[in-house]
Design a protein around this ligand. Sequence first.
Ligand code: ZN
Length: 168
Amino acid sequence: MKVPICEECLENEGELCEECKEKQEEGEFSEIALEVSRFLYSLSGQIPTLQDVELKKIEKATDAIIVVTAKGDGPRVVGKNGEVVKQLAEEFEKSIRVVEDSGEPEEVIRNLLEPVEVASINTVYKPEGKEKKVVVSEEDERRVPISEEEFKDIVEDLTGETFSLSFE
Ligand SMILES: [Zn+2]
């Protein structure tokens, strides 16, 4: 597994080694990233497809954990019939969203909101400039486990573009 945490620290639940501790202090990975990486590492014995995946970032949102993988690694983190994601959701008692770091805004947005569908993506002209707005049906609002602010931050972080989320 490709993560900024060494194999020894993934394997052992205890305190981090000096090198990993330093990386954590510098913000290379969060506490939730450590917990999720350790859990996935523990699964990789039974699920060998997890062994080669690269995890770029793991973040906590309101009611979800967002796992950002390298491009192409998404399906392996989701698992066959979603088995990996199901186990993660049970362990951490949150929804799991797997997002590939593809740099493609529409793909990132779709991954983040899945299984909720995007109704449209519009460009809105405001006095401050133009803004892109992702519209999701009002009826789906309770099925989206991240806040509008978190959505905006994550998309901006992964694509460099600003998209707001709106339920209409
Ligand atoms: Zn370490």
